[in-house]
Design a protein around this ligand. Structure first.
Ligand SMILES: C[C@@H](O)C(=O)SC[C@H](NC(=O)CC[C@H](N)C(=O)O)C(=O)NCC(=O)O
Ligand code: NI
Length: 314
């Protein structure tokens, strides 16, 4: 695992995202004020932002190298917690103060996981998916779906499988791409139920929906900012499918909040299921709380000041 730490110091991976790399550095982006929901003053006062997706990988060094060389991600942070026998690596396209990150978790001695059916993909936006697919192949990446228009639509996509088996959807996008980490796609059993939770409990905006009757699925995109500049949830409903095996690989998305105690009360008042009461993480001190969405996917709220202090200590 020490190789990962050394890599952090000497990272110089290629940058296929020249457009994104040249994109003006995102101004320190205040988290989006959360959309007020009926009966919750706190929602209108809180400032929430999607911080990172947390998931378990079978080989930390191999995955870090893969993300750097195939996707052009930067290694932002690495920490080893020997007393609890795990390590974390954070990768993305910009500083965590303003950009979403991938939080990889390696549990000592565990080299594979059950990805289940519920997790769909992480989405990466790119100016030219055909060119990126060529770069991924040249770097030895596993392109599992060639570049081309999405079935039943026009958006050019491709899929790449990472070393653990997670799918990365490459999504062609016009214009500047200040946040290439575009999506976390999860499959849900009832889209209206999920939209109600993600808007009224999490305080997200419903950005758009897209029904694809030919292929029998409907998508809902939700987040704290526009898709063009923010990472969003893409919730997928397959007609008639009410539930999915979750597996043990994908863990959660972390969202920032100004106050985990007030957010815990707001989540409960809005009918959410708090599974980890607010308070500091032992050994790290960062205050968090955890809840689950209607399909059982975990969401962790992180105290924003504590999060920024963590970044200062890296
Ligand atoms: C908009 C873009 O971000 C998408 O992810 S749409 C991609 C499309 N999604 C689905 O088909 C969802 C339903 C599917 N049954 C599932 O559960 O994943 C997709 O994956 N298309 C495949 C293709 O080859 O175009
Ligand atoms: Ni997608």
């Amino acid at each position: 695992m020490q190789r990962a730490a050394a890599r952090l110091a000497s990272w110089t991976a290629p940058q296929p995202f020249t457009a994104a790399a040249r994109a003006p550095r995102a101004a320190r982006r205040m988290a989006a004020p959360v959309q007020a929901a009926a009966g919750s003053d706190w929602l209108s006062q809180d400032e929430r932002r999607m911080l990172h997706a947390v998931y378990r990988v079978g080989d930390m060094d191999k995955t870090i190298k893969y993300y750097q060389e195939c996707f052009g991600m930067k290694l932002l942070r690495y920490r080893d917690i020997p007393e609890d026998k795990y390590s974390n690596a954070f990768l993305g396209y910009g500083p965590e103060e303003t950009h979403f990150a991938m939080e990889l978790t390696y549990n000592y001695g565990v080299d594979s996981y059950d990805l289940g059916e519920g997790f769909g993909h992480f989405g990466i936006a790119a100016p030219d998916v055909y060119k990126l697919v060529d770069a991924v192949k040249a770097a030895g990446g596993n392109v599992s779906r060639e570049a081309g228009p999405v079935k039943g639509g026009k958006t050019v996509i491709a899929f790449v499988d990472d070393p653990t088996g997670y799918k990365f959807e490459l999504i062609q996008r016009e214009g500047e791409i200040p946040e290439p980490l575009a999506q976390v796609m999860l499959r849900v059993g009832d889209l209206d139920r999920s939209i109600k939770f993600y808007t009224e409990v999490l305080g997200m905006k419903l950005l758009r929906t897209r029904d694809n009757p030919e292929y029998k699925y409907t998508l809902a995109f939700l987040g704290y900012g526009p898709e063009e500049s923010s990472t969003v949830f893409e919730l997928t409903y397959n007609y008639g499918k009410e539930g999915y095996e979750k597996g043990n690989a994908y863990a959660q998305v972390a969202i920032s909040t100004k106050d985990v105690y007030k957010t815990a009360e707001q989540v409960k008042a809005a009918g959410g299921n708090v599974t980890r009461e607010p308070g500091p993480v032992p050994g790290i001190g960062t205050k968090i709380l955890a809840c689950t969405d209607p399909d059982g996917y975990k969401i962790v709220f992180v105290d924003n000041e504590d999060f920024l202090k963590e970044l200062e200590q890296k």
